[in-house]
Write a protein that binds this ligand. Sequence first.
Ligand code: AMP
Ligand code: MG
Length: 419
Amino acid sequence: MGCCDTPGLMPIDTAIEKMLESITPVSTVFDIPLENAMGHVLSQAITSPMNVPPFDNSAMDGYAVRMADLTQQTQLPLAGKSFAGVPFTGEWPQGTCIRIMTGAQIPVGCDAVIMQEQATAQGDLVDFTQALPLKPYQNIRPTGDDIQQGALVLPQGHRLTTRDIPLIATLGIPSVQVFSKPKVAFFSTGDELKPLGTELKAGEIYDSNRYGIKAMLEKFGCEAIDLGVIPDDKAQLKQAFQNAQQQADVVITSGGVSVGEADYTKQILDELGEIGFWKIAMKPGKPFAFGKLLATTEHQAAIFCGLPGNPVSAMLTFYILVQPLLAKLAGHSEWQPQPNLPAVATTVFKKSPGRTDYQRGIYCLNDQGQLEVSTTGNQSSGAFRSMSIANCFVVLEQERGRVEVGETVNIQMFRPEFY
Ligand code: AMP
Ligand code: MG
């Protein structure tokens, strides 16, 4: 059974393409000190203003020599020292060696460093018998060996990681130019939802989606604007949408997009903008709303994403559908979804054909070094524990049915933002 057999369901890739078409990346930029730049997206490529290392230096504690001096003899008298930050500056007579430390500048004329473990010093005379023969330029780190002056180090659109920060520091760059973070306002909808710290009455549950969405947004590098829980009331919802639009580039809601309850969101968005309620060929997460809140004299335009209310569906649709959109908005041009990796099923995965299923799984490497994956158990879209104990999605193709033990399935390891 293919996608054509399930009319009305939009393939995931089509939904993402449609959304991406309507996104214009943020264009405002600012300078930020390097120590605060982690997670920001570069609005300008970084090219190296200098060679790294900036001078030839020693990779070892030992002795700097001229190789020619060791062709006639195996012992050389010491003529001085070169320490890190305190180079040798004197005259270096032929037939002598210089004590040198790791990171110290190589004296002019030196063409090899002998590690101290291969040398025996007796007073001022050092014996190098054990170190012979030498290789030209051994233990010397040449100028520009790591990075050449003028080289492209990080491209525009790169999101800075912990590994990039010391790299940029090495180049002596104290601040970088980055894009402003996208502003995302979000609220939960539902009369049954109560914020944490309040007591539940009959029929009420705690609002969990808002906490998850906030955590994801912040990990993803967005400015998260939490607008709380809004009851299923048209006037209050409309007010919330306008309030959200005023403050944000994107408005995200959860709940109220499935049949029946969707009415208010649909009615309000018909008044404030353009909206599509999509049935996506994905499970969980079928109902999803996407549209635009149009600019008015008081409010700027904003993108709208309406996530389903069930907690697993809300997080999954955010992960699969909203993250690519936020990446484009943030100018994060290198962003890629996680690759599919083949893994052998060690448990059954129940499924019926029709939608791409993102089941929650736990992968590990078996004794042969192959990936194996087992189910987390209950796959209900309301059972959030399946998400919490998982370390991957098991992506079961739209047309696929039940998976038996031993079959190969695709897994997607969770993105770092999910940890
Ligand atoms: P809805 O999409 O509004 O019909 O909600 C579907 C299911 O998700 C219902 O069981 C809701 O109670 C639940 N739900 C909706 N929003 C949230 C939320 N923010 N946190 C936890 N559960 C929710
Ligand atoms: Mg609801």
